[in-house]
Design a protein around this ligand. Structure first.
Ligand code: ADP
Ligand code: TRP
Length: 329
């Protein structure tokens, strides 16, 4: 059976971008593939969280994963830092990763621009750690949103390079996986391109009904079309993308016709989107509350997940050590 791995950094609550871009695919894939999912807490250290932040975010994101429908009986969920073998592979990959190519990664360049006071080496080698997460499990498929494409290319590059250097056919090249025909990019509620924690334009899975409605009703729009069949400006296109995700293609087509004949009222469209968002989120929200108050269950799930992941990881590390020329330990 094909193997699937994916992780999300625990840096706050999950939002609709995470849901449609990643977690929804996880839930579908667990029935068809040999899946494992993890919480990328080492990756989150690039932004220097406090111990309290880490503990809370790991618990939060685990509750949210479970609430979305990931079933640990089908797909183990583990915390990255519980599986120390990943670090050893990270080190080996670092030795074959070059400064120039790491510096050219768009998300690294963005971080340099956004946080010039904290351009740490972990940020630079982020793609190496991500590749270690993936190659460790010899994953065939990795469900991620569009923004992770470059990191995925790096993972494939490192796999090929390792094989070439050691003259082996050991690592396979992992493919990005999207349930829709193309990668989903969920736009933000502020009309900008991408919903993201750091952009402050998110609808969170744990937002209560009132908040959901308020946020959607306030989503940025324009004055409305001024010509028949006019091309949509980016903010409006983004609202339609969100509408299709929340309310379905039929609803989006309906409002598209109204847009084209200039009778659209954004308020009506948003009302429907808010109602559909609440239908989607209400049961998820309830389950988040239930899971997050059951520490014993969360602990058990993390322990079992770590055992499953470590067993696989240990095998890979033994083989990699042998390929590189290190002694068996
Ligand atoms: P954020 O940008 O809010 O920090 P992350 O970078 O932690 O979110 O993303 C975790 C996962 O969710 C990744 O697989 C990413 O591709 C996906 N994701 C995040 N935001 C979006 C979005 N707006 N559209 C589609 N997928 C997204
Ligand atoms: N870089 C991913 C993100 O920001 C998180 C991540 C870390 C990941 N390791 C991974 C995703 C391995 C998929 C596979 O969203």
């Amino acid at each position: 059976m094909e193997r699937v791995i994916s992780g999300i950094r625990p840096t706050g609550n999950l939002h609709l971008g995470n849901y449609f871009g990643a977690v929804k695919s996880f839930v579908k894939m667990q029935d068809e593939y040999d899946c494992m999912f993890f919480i990328a807490d080492w990756h989150s250290l690039t932004t220097h969280p406090t111990p309290e932040n880490i503990r809370n975010s790991v618990k939060t994101i685990l509750s949210e994963y479970l609430a979305c429908g990931i079933d640990p009986q089908k797909a183990p969920i583990y915390v990255q830092s519980d599986v120390k073998q990943v670090l050893e592979l990270y080190l080996y990959l670092n030795m074959n990763a070059y400064l120039g190519e790491l510096e050219r990664v768009t998300s690294f360049k963005e971080k340099v621009r956004k946080q010039p006071d904290n351009v740490n080496a972990g940020l630079l080698t982020y793609p190496c750690l991500m590749a270690a997460d993936i190659l460790m499990h010899k994953a065939d498929k990795v469900p991620v949103g569009k923004d992770q494409e470059q990191n995925m290319e790096m993972a494939r590059l490192f796999a090929r390079r390792f094989n070439r250097i050691y003259q082996v056919e050991y690592f396979k090249e992992p493919q990005s996986f999207h349930f829709a025909d193309k990668a989903v990019k969920v736009p933000g509620l502020d009309g900008t391109g991408k919903m993201g924690k750091s952009e402050g334009n998110c609808l969170y899975l744990c937002d209560d009904e009132k908040t959901v409605t308020k946020k959607i009703m306030r989503a940025v729009t324009d004055q409305g079309p001024t010509q028949l069949n006019q091309e949509k400006p980016e903010v409006i296109q983004n609202l339609f993308t969100l509408c299709e995700l929340l309310s379905g293609k039929e609803a989006a087509d309906y409002y598209n016709d109204l847009y084209n004949n200039m009778t659209i009222r954004y308020g009506d469209m948003k009302k429907q989107m808010a109602a559909d968002a609440n239908t989607l989120l209400a049961p998820i929200r309830e389950r988040i509350l239930a899971y997050s108050s059951d520490d014993a269950l969360l602990d058990k799930i993390m322990r079992q997940g770590a055992e499953a992941a470590a067993a696989r990881a240990e095998k890979t590390i033994e083989e990699v050590r042998e390929i590189i020329g290190f002694r068996k330990v």
